[in-house]
Write a protein that binds this ligand. Structure first.
Ligand SMILES: *Cc1c(COP(=O)(O)O)cnc(C)c1O
Length: 396
């Protein structure tokens, strides 16, 4: 069985998880992370969403409007709401998955605090148009959500350095992982100091029990994603076992996970620092897989391919297909697991007003038609995936 996602982890990460760490593991990881992202500072959090929540508060926002995509991970909207501000949702552009920057500019009001510029699925946000918005609205703060876009570049400019701060997610399904975790990077020393102080005031230090829980979870990840075993795991997926690994939100409630009030564990930080050494290979693999898909799937029904954008890092290779469930089942019969990632349009959720799909038509459409092909294994894996798909008469 080919899994739809697989963390790039191995012996080094396991060894790091099991070895006794130094007191300042988290800080060592922060320093290494900042250096990799070409930023002066990084602050680690138990989840990306905790980082965003505290970042909005460190920026002094209260009762402000925070502009964010309608089509993004729902935890972003949760963090905004729980920070004491309101999300203002923006529909996607029609030629890509990122939010429509023209609509972003129109949504700016005197109460707008920030724009969460998101490079979804690793597609770089258009920095030229973002720059133009910044010039016209210098008071509005730009926060880059780079949870999917490690190393993504717009015409050679890394997206994470264009703005006041950037947010990264580091759970097991992200490009890089610290088991759980998130990072906020910035070049602004005052913001860094404020954010760090706020984190140290609000979060309890992770104790032995959190470290132990993270370690057990991490050790159980290895067999879960191991090829021969994954088929079995997949069969019982809907029974709820793997749910534990991938579930991250609840439609009805705006909340945070139980352990988001304690800092990143030292076990997590050690794994993250070891994983960072694979950074370039991870990105290369994804780019190579995407290049193969672009070359071999173009113009082949039923999949509608995304536009090819220079500088993308492809956290996910996302295509559109009508009848998504049918295609998922067909692939599964051939031991290929395709997945979907963001299968909702946030404003349609009850917690965010149950807006009808027509209000955000493009996001609503993506939420219903996107499917993603595995990218974790580079060109070789992409070739295998294309060959499996081609066996299907309905496809070929
Ligand atoms: C994963 C993710 C985050 C952060 O998620 P956490 O689970 O809180 O670490 C933020 N934005 C996007 C788009 C994401 O996919």
């Amino acid at each position: 069985m080919i899994p739809r996602l697989k963390p790039t982890i191995g012996w080094n990460e396991l060894k790091s998880a099991l070895s006794p760490g130094a007191e300042d593991e988290v800080q060592l990881f922060e320093n290494a992370f900042a250096a990799h992202m070409n930023q002066k500072y990084a602050v680690a959090f138990p989840y990306g969403r905790t980082g965003l929540l505290l970042l909005l508060q460190a920026l002094g926002f209260e009762n402000q409007e925070i502009i964010c995509p309608a089509y993004t991970c729902v935890v972003v909207a949760h963090a905004i709401a729980l920070s004491g501000n309101s999300p203002v949702f923006i529909d996607c552009e029609t030629r890509g998955f990122n939010m429509d920057l023209e609509k972003v500019e129109k949504a700016i009001t005197p109460s707008t605090g920030a724009i969460i510029a998101t490079s979804l699925f690793g597609y770089p946000v258009d920095l030229d148009r973002l720059d133009a918005i910044r010039k016209r609205h210098p008071k509005v703060v730009i926060i880059q959500d780079c949870a999917h876009s490690f190393a993504a570049e717009w015409k050679g400019r890394p997206v994470q350095i264009e703005g006041e701060a950037a947010l990264f997610g580091l759970n097991i399904s992200k490009l890089l992982t610290s088991i759980f975790g998130g990072m906020v990077t910035t070049d602004n020393p005052e913001l860094f100091a404020k954010l760090k102080t706020l984190r140290d005031e609000r979060l309890q230090p992770a104790g032995i029990s959190k470290n132990l829980r993270n370690l057990i979870y991490f050790c159980s990840v290895f067999p879960t994603f191991w090829g021969p075993f994954y088929g079995i795991v997949n069969r019982i997926e809907r029974s709820g076992l793997i749910d534990h690994f991938v579930r991250y939100y609840d439609e009805e409630t705006i909340d945070m996970p139980m352990d988001s009030s304690t800092t990143m564990s030292t076990v997590g930080a050690r794994v993250g620092r070891a994983n960072l050494e694979r950074y370039h290979i991870i990105i290369e693999n994804r780019r190579a897989a995407a290049a193969y898909y672009f070359d071999h799937l173009a113009d082949r029904r039923p999949f509608l391919l995304p536009p090819k954008v220079e500088g993308g890092t492809y956290s996910h290779f996302v295509v559109q297909v009508e009848n998504r469930n049918l295609w998922l089942k067909r692939a599964l019969r051939r031991k290929l697991q395709l997945g979907w990632l963001i299968e909702y349009n946030i404003p349609e959720m009850k917690a965010y007003g149950s807006h009808p799909p027509e209000t955000f038509p493009t996001a609503a459409h993506y939420a219903r038609t996107t499917i993603n092909l595995p990218v974790w294994g580079g060109r070789e894996l992409a070739r295998e995936v294309v060959s499996i798909l081609s066996e299907d008469a309905a496809y070929a």
